[in-house]
Design a protein around this ligand. Structure first.
Ligand SMILES: Nc1ncnc2c1ncn2[C@@H]1O[C@H](COP(=O)(O)OP(=O)(O)O)[C@@H](O)[C@H]1O
Ligand SMILES: [Mg+2]
Length: 378
Protein backbone atom coordinates (compact mmCIF):
# COMPACT_ATOMS: atom_id res chain seq x y z
CA UNK A 1 0.00 0.00 0.00
CA UNK A 2 1.13 3.47 -0.81
CA UNK A 3 2.03 5.99 1.85
CA UNK A 4 4.66 8.61 2.63
CA UNK A 5 7.04 8.28 5.57
CA UNK A 6 9.42 11.09 6.41
CA UNK A 7 12.01 10.41 9.11
CA UNK A 8 14.34 12.92 10.75
CA UNK A 9 14.61 15.36 7.87
CA UNK A 10 17.11 18.14 8.56
CA UNK A 11 17.84 20.99 6.18
CA UNK A 12 19.70 24.26 6.43
CA UNK A 13 20.46 26.97 3.92
CA UNK A 14 23.98 28.13 4.75
CA UNK A 15 24.05 28.66 8.51
CA UNK A 16 20.26 28.99 8.77
CA UNK A 17 18.45 25.85 9.94
CA UNK A 18 15.12 25.49 8.14
CA UNK A 19 14.02 21.95 9.06
CA UNK A 20 15.10 20.67 12.48
CA UNK A 21 14.42 16.95 12.30
CA UNK A 22 10.94 16.51 10.83
CA UNK A 23 9.25 13.10 11.02
CA UNK A 24 5.78 12.53 9.61
CA UNK A 25 3.78 9.60 8.26
CA UNK A 26 1.00 9.90 5.72
CA UNK A 27 -0.78 6.56 5.82
CA UNK A 28 -2.07 4.89 2.66
CA UNK A 29 -5.16 6.72 1.44
CA UNK A 30 -4.81 9.43 4.07
CA UNK A 31 -5.06 13.21 3.54
CA UNK A 32 -2.63 15.09 5.79
CA UNK A 33 -2.58 18.89 5.87
CA UNK A 34 0.77 20.46 6.75
CA UNK A 35 -0.03 23.88 8.15
CA UNK A 36 2.11 26.64 9.56
CA UNK A 37 2.97 30.30 9.14
CA UNK A 38 4.77 31.58 6.09
CA UNK A 39 8.50 30.81 6.16
CA UNK A 40 8.28 27.86 8.60
CA UNK A 41 9.74 25.41 6.05
CA UNK A 42 6.67 23.80 4.44
CA UNK A 43 7.76 24.24 0.83
CA UNK A 44 11.30 23.16 1.65
CA UNK A 45 9.94 19.90 3.10
CA UNK A 46 7.74 19.32 0.03
CA UNK A 47 10.67 19.93 -2.32
CA UNK A 48 12.74 17.42 -0.35
CA UNK A 49 9.96 14.79 -0.57
CA UNK A 50 9.65 15.47 -4.30
CA UNK A 51 13.41 15.20 -4.77
CA UNK A 52 13.87 18.74 -6.10
CA UNK A 53 15.89 19.62 -2.99
CA UNK A 54 18.25 17.37 -1.03
CA UNK A 55 18.07 17.06 2.73
CA UNK A 56 21.16 17.32 4.96
CA UNK A 57 19.88 14.29 6.87
CA UNK A 58 16.80 12.09 7.00
CA UNK A 59 14.97 9.48 4.94
CA UNK A 60 11.93 9.56 2.66
CA UNK A 61 9.95 6.38 1.95
CA UNK A 62 7.15 6.42 -0.61
CA UNK A 63 5.06 3.34 -1.23
CA UNK A 64 7.43 1.30 0.97
CA UNK A 65 10.36 2.25 -1.25
CA UNK A 66 13.29 4.34 0.03
CA UNK A 67 13.44 7.22 -2.44
CA UNK A 68 15.88 9.51 -0.65
CA UNK A 69 18.52 8.97 -3.30
CA UNK A 70 16.18 8.71 -6.31
CA UNK A 71 15.56 11.42 -8.88
CA UNK A 72 12.17 13.22 -8.83
CA UNK A 73 10.89 11.28 -11.87
CA UNK A 74 11.63 7.96 -10.15
CA UNK A 75 9.61 8.75 -7.00
CA UNK A 76 6.11 8.09 -8.43
CA UNK A 77 4.53 11.21 -6.97
CA UNK A 78 2.44 13.93 -8.56
CA UNK A 79 2.83 17.53 -7.47
CA UNK A 80 0.46 20.47 -7.69
CA UNK A 81 1.95 23.79 -6.73
CA UNK A 82 0.63 27.31 -6.47
CA UNK A 83 1.88 28.19 -9.95
CA UNK A 84 0.16 26.02 -12.50
CA UNK A 85 3.19 25.35 -14.73
CA UNK A 86 1.07 24.48 -17.77
CA UNK A 87 2.53 24.42 -21.26
CA UNK A 88 1.09 27.56 -22.91
CA UNK A 89 1.32 26.21 -26.47
CA UNK A 90 -0.53 22.96 -25.69
CA UNK A 91 -4.29 22.54 -25.37
CA UNK A 92 -5.88 21.51 -22.08
CA UNK A 93 -6.22 17.98 -23.48
CA UNK A 94 -2.52 17.87 -24.42
CA UNK A 95 -1.43 19.39 -21.12
CA UNK A 96 -3.28 16.72 -19.14
CA UNK A 97 -1.90 14.01 -21.46
CA UNK A 98 1.75 15.05 -21.04
CA UNK A 99 2.64 12.66 -18.18
CA UNK A 100 1.03 9.72 -19.98
CA UNK A 101 2.59 10.58 -23.34
CA UNK A 102 6.02 10.84 -21.72
CA UNK A 103 5.59 7.47 -20.09
CA UNK A 104 3.94 5.48 -22.87
CA UNK A 105 4.95 6.91 -26.22
CA UNK A 106 8.40 6.65 -27.76
CA UNK A 107 10.15 9.80 -28.92
CA UNK A 108 9.05 9.09 -32.50
CA UNK A 109 5.49 8.31 -31.51
CA UNK A 110 5.29 11.67 -29.74
CA UNK A 111 5.98 13.58 -32.98
CA UNK A 112 2.75 15.30 -34.03
CA UNK A 113 2.65 14.18 -37.68
CA UNK A 114 5.02 11.24 -38.06
CA UNK A 115 3.77 9.80 -34.77
CA UNK A 116 0.31 9.27 -36.18
CA UNK A 117 1.64 7.07 -38.98
CA UNK A 118 3.49 4.64 -36.70
CA UNK A 119 1.70 1.34 -36.02
CA UNK A 120 0.40 1.14 -32.48
CA UNK A 121 0.68 4.85 -31.78
CA UNK A 122 -2.95 5.45 -32.75
CA UNK A 123 -4.18 2.85 -30.25
CA UNK A 124 -1.97 4.25 -27.46
CA UNK A 125 -3.17 7.77 -28.18
CA UNK A 126 -6.81 6.65 -28.05
CA UNK A 127 -6.33 5.07 -24.64
CA UNK A 128 -4.51 8.18 -23.40
CA UNK A 129 -7.45 10.24 -24.71
CA UNK A 130 -9.88 8.11 -22.68
CA UNK A 131 -7.88 8.56 -19.50
CA UNK A 132 -7.61 12.32 -20.06
CA UNK A 133 -11.40 12.55 -20.35
CA UNK A 134 -11.83 10.46 -17.20
CA UNK A 135 -9.50 12.80 -15.26
CA UNK A 136 -11.08 15.94 -16.75
CA UNK A 137 -14.77 15.08 -16.24
CA UNK A 138 -15.03 15.32 -12.43
CA UNK A 139 -13.25 18.70 -12.58
CA UNK A 140 -15.71 20.08 -15.15
CA UNK A 141 -12.96 20.44 -17.73
CA UNK A 142 -14.53 18.50 -20.62
CA UNK A 143 -15.89 21.58 -22.40
CA UNK A 144 -12.46 23.21 -22.17
CA UNK A 145 -10.30 20.40 -23.55
CA UNK A 146 -9.45 22.20 -26.79
CA UNK A 147 -8.60 25.55 -25.23
CA UNK A 148 -5.10 26.75 -24.41
CA UNK A 149 -4.10 27.89 -20.88
CA UNK A 150 -4.19 31.55 -22.01
CA UNK A 151 -7.94 31.16 -22.62
CA UNK A 152 -8.67 29.91 -19.09
CA UNK A 153 -9.33 31.59 -15.73
CA UNK A 154 -6.96 31.00 -12.81
CA UNK A 155 -9.36 28.49 -11.27
CA UNK A 156 -9.67 26.57 -14.53
CA UNK A 157 -5.89 26.47 -14.94
CA UNK A 158 -5.49 25.07 -11.45
CA UNK A 159 -8.04 22.37 -12.31
CA UNK A 160 -6.01 21.44 -15.37
CA UNK A 161 -2.95 21.12 -13.14
CA UNK A 162 -4.98 18.88 -10.81
CA UNK A 163 -6.22 16.72 -13.70
CA UNK A 164 -2.65 16.36 -14.94
CA UNK A 165 -1.62 15.15 -11.48
CA UNK A 166 -4.55 12.73 -11.23
CA UNK A 167 -4.09 11.19 -14.67
CA UNK A 168 -0.70 9.80 -13.68
CA UNK A 169 -2.20 7.62 -10.94
CA UNK A 170 0.79 8.30 -8.70
CA UNK A 171 1.61 6.59 -5.41
CA UNK A 172 1.23 9.94 -3.63
CA UNK A 173 0.08 13.51 -4.18
CA UNK A 174 2.01 16.54 -2.96
CA UNK A 175 0.10 19.81 -3.06
CA UNK A 176 1.72 23.06 -2.00
CA UNK A 177 -0.83 25.86 -1.47
CA UNK A 178 -2.61 24.98 -4.71
CA UNK A 179 -5.53 27.31 -3.93
CA UNK A 180 -3.70 30.45 -2.87
CA UNK A 181 -4.09 32.17 -6.25
CA UNK A 182 -7.87 31.69 -6.29
CA UNK A 183 -10.49 34.07 -4.93
CA UNK A 184 -12.36 33.14 -1.75
CA UNK A 185 -15.47 31.58 -3.32
CA UNK A 186 -13.52 29.51 -5.81
CA UNK A 187 -11.15 28.43 -3.06
CA UNK A 188 -13.98 26.93 -1.02
CA UNK A 189 -15.38 25.11 -4.07
CA UNK A 190 -11.98 23.80 -5.17
CA UNK A 191 -11.23 22.58 -1.62
CA UNK A 192 -14.19 20.24 -1.95
CA UNK A 193 -13.04 19.06 -5.38
CA UNK A 194 -9.54 18.29 -4.13
CA UNK A 195 -10.97 16.25 -1.25
CA UNK A 196 -13.22 14.40 -3.73
CA UNK A 197 -10.27 13.74 -6.05
CA UNK A 198 -8.29 12.40 -3.12
CA UNK A 199 -11.16 10.11 -2.09
CA UNK A 200 -11.63 8.81 -5.63
CA UNK A 201 -7.91 8.20 -6.13
CA UNK A 202 -7.43 6.79 -2.62
CA UNK A 203 -3.84 7.98 -2.66
CA UNK A 204 -1.75 9.33 0.24
CA UNK A 205 -1.86 13.12 -0.01
CA UNK A 206 0.28 15.72 1.73
CA UNK A 207 -1.33 19.12 1.36
CA UNK A 208 0.46 22.30 2.41
CA UNK A 209 -1.38 25.42 3.46
CA UNK A 210 -0.83 28.44 5.70
CA UNK A 211 -4.62 28.63 6.17
CA UNK A 212 -5.68 26.85 9.34
CA UNK A 213 -9.35 26.76 8.28
CA UNK A 214 -8.38 24.99 5.05
CA UNK A 215 -6.36 22.44 7.02
CA UNK A 216 -9.19 21.75 9.48
CA UNK A 217 -11.89 21.38 6.83
CA UNK A 218 -9.99 19.20 4.36
CA UNK A 219 -7.69 16.86 6.23
CA UNK A 220 -7.93 13.52 8.03
CA UNK A 221 -4.90 14.63 10.04
CA UNK A 222 -3.34 18.05 10.57
CA UNK A 223 0.40 18.53 11.11
CA UNK A 224 1.25 21.91 12.61
CA UNK A 225 4.75 23.16 11.80
CA UNK A 226 6.54 26.18 13.22
CA UNK A 227 10.15 27.18 13.00
CA UNK A 228 11.09 24.02 11.11
CA UNK A 229 9.57 21.67 13.71
CA UNK A 230 6.33 19.72 13.85
CA UNK A 231 4.55 20.75 17.05
CA UNK A 232 1.59 18.37 16.80
CA UNK A 233 0.09 15.86 14.39
CA UNK A 234 -3.51 14.90 15.13
CA UNK A 235 -7.09 14.91 13.83
CA UNK A 236 -8.62 18.35 13.18
CA UNK A 237 -10.85 17.85 16.22
CA UNK A 238 -7.93 17.06 18.53
CA UNK A 239 -5.77 19.88 17.15
CA UNK A 240 -8.57 22.34 17.92
CA UNK A 241 -9.91 21.06 21.23
CA UNK A 242 -6.80 19.42 22.67
CA UNK A 243 -3.73 21.35 21.47
CA UNK A 244 -0.41 20.08 22.82
CA UNK A 245 1.36 23.40 22.59
CA UNK A 246 0.36 27.02 23.16
CA UNK A 247 1.65 27.94 19.69
CA UNK A 248 -0.70 25.35 18.15
CA UNK A 249 -3.60 26.70 20.24
CA UNK A 250 -2.80 30.23 19.05
CA UNK A 251 -2.39 29.36 15.38
CA UNK A 252 -5.52 27.22 15.01
CA UNK A 253 -8.95 28.79 15.39
CA UNK A 254 -10.47 32.13 14.45
CA UNK A 255 -11.01 34.39 16.35
CA UNK A 256 -7.77 33.54 18.07
CA UNK A 257 -7.84 31.66 21.37
CA UNK A 258 -7.86 33.92 24.48
CA UNK A 259 -4.87 33.74 26.81
CA UNK A 260 -4.52 34.92 30.39
CA UNK A 261 -1.56 34.83 32.74
CA UNK A 262 -2.24 32.41 35.61
CA UNK A 263 -0.34 30.71 38.39
CA UNK A 264 -0.65 27.49 40.31
CA UNK A 265 0.26 27.10 43.97
CA UNK A 266 2.18 24.13 45.37
CA UNK A 267 -1.03 22.04 45.32
CA UNK A 268 -1.70 23.00 41.70
CA UNK A 269 -4.64 25.32 42.52
CA UNK A 270 -4.85 27.77 39.63
CA UNK A 271 -5.41 31.48 40.20
CA UNK A 272 -6.00 34.21 37.64
CA UNK A 273 -5.17 37.68 38.97
CA UNK A 274 -5.28 36.20 42.47
CA UNK A 275 -8.76 34.68 42.01
CA UNK A 276 -9.21 30.89 42.10
CA UNK A 277 -10.08 29.71 38.59
CA UNK A 278 -11.81 26.45 39.50
CA UNK A 279 -8.96 24.36 38.17
CA UNK A 280 -6.33 22.06 39.64
CA UNK A 281 -3.20 21.77 37.45
CA UNK A 282 -0.63 19.01 37.46
CA UNK A 283 2.08 21.67 37.76
CA UNK A 284 2.90 24.71 39.82
CA UNK A 285 4.24 28.15 39.05
CA UNK A 286 3.52 30.45 36.12
CA UNK A 287 0.97 29.13 33.62
CA UNK A 288 -1.10 30.38 30.70
CA UNK A 289 -4.85 29.82 30.81
CA UNK A 290 -6.27 29.58 27.27
CA UNK A 291 -9.97 29.72 26.44
CA UNK A 292 -11.61 29.47 23.02
CA UNK A 293 -14.03 32.37 22.31
CA UNK A 294 -16.99 29.95 22.35
CA UNK A 295 -15.94 28.63 25.79
CA UNK A 296 -16.69 32.02 27.40
CA UNK A 297 -20.21 33.12 28.32
CA UNK A 298 -21.78 35.74 30.57
CA UNK A 299 -22.21 34.22 34.05
CA UNK A 300 -22.89 35.16 37.64
CA UNK A 301 -19.36 34.13 38.61
CA UNK A 302 -16.39 34.44 36.32
CA UNK A 303 -13.66 36.66 35.00
CA UNK A 304 -14.45 40.34 35.58
CA UNK A 305 -14.38 42.20 32.27
CA UNK A 306 -15.30 45.55 30.78
CA UNK A 307 -17.14 45.35 27.45
CA UNK A 308 -15.32 47.19 24.65
CA UNK A 309 -17.46 46.51 21.59
CA UNK A 310 -19.78 44.00 19.98
CA UNK A 311 -19.49 42.52 16.51
CA UNK A 312 -22.67 41.09 15.00
CA UNK A 313 -21.91 38.16 12.69
CA UNK A 314 -25.43 37.16 11.70
CA UNK A 315 -25.19 33.67 13.13
CA UNK A 316 -23.28 34.82 16.20
CA UNK A 317 -22.01 37.74 18.21
CA UNK A 318 -18.41 38.54 19.12
CA UNK A 319 -18.03 40.27 22.44
CA UNK A 320 -14.71 42.14 22.70
CA UNK A 321 -13.77 42.90 26.28
CA UNK A 322 -10.87 43.61 28.64
CA UNK A 323 -10.06 41.52 31.68
CA UNK A 324 -10.26 44.19 34.39
CA UNK A 325 -7.33 43.13 36.64
CA UNK A 326 -4.65 43.07 33.93
CA UNK A 327 -6.23 44.64 30.84
CA UNK A 328 -5.86 41.45 28.77
CA UNK A 329 -8.07 41.43 25.66
CA UNK A 330 -10.76 38.74 25.58
CA UNK A 331 -13.17 37.72 22.84
CA UNK A 332 -16.31 35.70 23.55
CA UNK A 333 -18.41 34.13 20.82
CA UNK A 334 -22.06 34.30 21.88
CA UNK A 335 -25.48 33.60 20.41
CA UNK A 336 -26.84 36.61 18.49
CA UNK A 337 -29.72 36.93 20.98
CA UNK A 338 -27.19 37.63 23.76
CA UNK A 339 -26.81 41.19 22.45
CA UNK A 340 -29.76 42.35 24.54
CA UNK A 341 -28.44 44.14 27.61
CA UNK A 342 -24.75 44.13 26.57
CA UNK A 343 -23.44 47.69 26.30
CA UNK A 344 -19.92 48.92 25.55
CA UNK A 345 -18.33 50.18 28.76
CA UNK A 346 -20.50 47.96 30.99
CA UNK A 347 -19.02 45.52 33.50
CA UNK A 348 -19.66 41.82 33.01
CA UNK A 349 -18.43 38.45 34.21
CA UNK A 350 -17.40 35.79 31.74
CA UNK A 351 -17.58 32.22 33.03
CA UNK A 352 -16.30 29.00 31.51
CA UNK A 353 -16.71 25.31 32.13
CA UNK A 354 -13.49 23.89 33.66
CA UNK A 355 -13.46 21.21 30.96
CA UNK A 356 -13.04 23.88 28.29
CA UNK A 357 -10.04 25.53 29.96
CA UNK A 358 -6.58 24.75 28.54
CA UNK A 359 -3.44 25.26 30.63
CA UNK A 360 0.09 25.62 29.31
CA UNK A 361 3.38 25.73 31.19
CA UNK A 362 6.11 28.34 30.91
CA UNK A 363 7.66 26.25 28.09
CA UNK A 364 4.40 26.44 26.14
CA UNK A 365 3.61 22.72 26.52
CA UNK A 366 0.19 21.61 27.68
CA UNK A 367 -0.34 20.99 31.38
CA UNK A 368 -3.03 18.53 32.49
CA UNK A 369 -5.77 19.97 34.67
CA UNK A 370 -9.07 19.00 36.26
CA UNK A 371 -11.99 20.85 37.80
CA UNK A 372 -11.51 22.02 41.36
CA UNK A 373 -14.90 22.09 43.03
CA UNK A 374 -16.35 25.06 44.84
CA UNK A 375 -14.20 27.79 43.37
CA UNK A 376 -15.01 30.64 40.99
CA UNK A 377 -15.53 31.02 38.09
CA UNK A 378 -18.36 28.52 38.07
N1 LIG B 1 16.91 28.14 -1.75
C1 LIG B 1 16.93 28.80 -0.59
N2 LIG B 1 18.02 29.43 -0.15
C2 LIG B 1 18.04 30.09 1.03
N3 LIG B 1 16.99 30.15 1.89
C3 LIG B 1 15.86 29.54 1.51
C4 LIG B 1 15.75 28.82 0.26
N4 LIG B 1 14.51 28.29 0.18
C5 LIG B 1 13.87 28.66 1.32
N5 LIG B 1 14.68 29.40 2.11
C6 LIG B 1 14.32 29.93 3.45
O1 LIG B 1 13.86 28.85 4.23
C7 LIG B 1 12.78 29.25 5.05
C8 LIG B 1 11.59 28.35 4.80
O2 LIG B 1 11.09 28.59 3.51
P1 LIG B 1 9.86 27.80 2.89
O3 LIG B 1 10.13 26.35 3.01
O4 LIG B 1 9.60 28.34 1.53
O5 LIG B 1 8.69 28.21 3.90
P2 LIG B 1 7.10 28.11 3.72
O6 LIG B 1 6.79 27.30 2.51
O7 LIG B 1 6.64 27.46 5.00
O8 LIG B 1 6.58 29.51 3.61
C9 LIG B 1 12.52 30.70 4.75
O9 LIG B 1 13.16 31.48 5.73
C10 LIG B 1 13.15 30.89 3.40
O10 LIG B 1 13.58 32.21 3.23
MG1 LIG C 1 5.65 27.77 0.80
Amino acid sequence: MAGITITGVVKGFGATPVLRGVSLAVEPGEFVALVGPSGCGKTTLMRIIAGIETADAGEIVINERAVTRLRPAERDIAMVFQSYALYPHLTVRENIAVPLAMRRLSVLERLPLLGRLLPGARRKRASIGDEVRRAAAPLGLEPLLDRRPGQLSGGQRQRVALARAVVRRPAAFLMDEPLSNLDAALRVQTRREIVDIHRAAGVATLYVTHDQAEALTMADKVAVMMGGELLQVATPEAIYADPADLRVAGFIGSPRINTLAAEADAEGRVRVAGVPAGLRAEACGALTLALRPEALRPAAKGLPVAIEHLEFLGDGLLLHARHVPDGAALVARLEPEAREGLQPGAALRLGFAPGRALLFGADGRRVAARADAGLVPA
